[in-house]
Design a binder for this molecule. Structure first.
Ligand SMILES: C[S@@+](CC[C@H](N)C(=O)[O-])C[C@H]1O[C@@H](n2cnc3c(N)ncnc32)[C@H](O)[C@@H]1O
Length: 279
């Protein structure tokens, strides 16, 4: 698949990038008003469980004031801002899609955080990173989009200082698909990549790049989360259609049903948190 194809598909998945501005309006903010990170955190975390995965990374990696952190696949910068706000570290927020990058920059600027969060737009695989630039790398539900993971992990290894650490939270494949329904759901979910690694695959990929790795299986939590999100959806439909339009809401619903099937009903997809040290 060409890079352009890849970007296009990603763009379709993330076409709700402007949603944050609608949500801020609902909260009473006007265009260009200064923002508080603490108001944004219910809106800008594009993954499961709000800020909990960022808190987990902070704790597991012991991220301290002044540390240099690379956030891979930063979305609109939610985890990067929260991390910098909580620890007073310096974050480089790397994001593939120009629209996400632009909104991330705007929100960071309106939070008065341009001194601690720097946004970089481009494919992390080809982004120029200095050798031994970072103390830590974090990434939440983004690496699975990257096709060439061996190259990605070599790139991240080189960008870390000796002894530097990584915390990745990712979707993982738990078993082979067993029928056409499972295959169709997995194909829709993956969209832009051919395969989804298992927990062991990720461990080996990181070890091959030179890391020492600890694996945390968080599949049970993913199963409960995706089920709860699906079960609670209906009550909000009318409000969401009013705010965001039918087309957008139908797109999300398809995604919500698919992730509930994969993580809860079929048990094909789970979650993993990978903590790794450059040795
Ligand atoms: C599910 S979102 C998660 C965003 C963010 N980590 C968060 O949790 O709020 C995944 C993000 O990774 C980005 N991404 C995918 N492939 C990428 C790549 N090769 N380089 C940089 N960013 C990438 C996507 O554009 C998307 O914004």
């Amino acid at each position: 698949m060409s890079q352009e194809d890849h970007k296009l598909r990603q763009r379709i998945r993330y076409r709700h990038v402007e949603k944050i501005y609608m949500d801020l309006k609902e909260l009473g903010y006007h265009d260009n008003d200064p923002l508080k990170v603490t108001d944004l955190i219910t809106l800008d975390q594009w993954h499961y469980f709000g800020t909990a995965p960022v808190d987990a990374a902070m704790k597991l990696l012991e991220i301290r004031e002044g540390a240099r952190v690379l956030d891979v696949g930063a979305g609109i910068g939610g985890p990067s801002r929260y991390l910098a706000h909580k620890t007073k570290c310096h974050v480089t927020a790397s994001e593939l899609l120009p629209d996400n990058h632009r909104v991330g920059q705007d929100l960071t600027s309106r939070c008065g955080m341009t001194g601690s969060v720097k946004h970089v737009c481009g494919d992390i695989i080809t982004t120029e990173l200095c050798n031994e630039e970072f103390d830590h790398v974090t990434s939440i539900q983004a690496i699975y989009y990257v096709e060439d993971k061996p190259r990605l992990f070599r790139q991240l290894y080189n960008s870390l200082k000796p002894g530097g650490t990584i915390c990745l939270e990712e979707f993982c494949r738990l078993k082979d698909v067993e029928d056409a329904d499972e295959q169709a759901a997995l194909d829709f979910f993956l969209l832009c990549v051919n395969t989804l690694p298992t927990h062991q695959d990720y461990k080996h990929l990181l070890e091959d790049a030179g890391f020492e790795v600890t694996v945390h299986d968080i599949s049970e939590a993913y199963s409960e989360y995706t089920y709860g999100r699906w079960a609670n959806w209906d009550g909000h439909r009318d409000k969401y259609v009013r705010l965001y339009g039918e087309d957008m809401v139908d797109g999300w619903l398809k995604f919500i049903v698919t992730t509930k099937k994969l993580c809860n009903e079929f048990g094909v997809v789970g979650g993993g948190r990978f903590v790794a040290r450059k040795v």
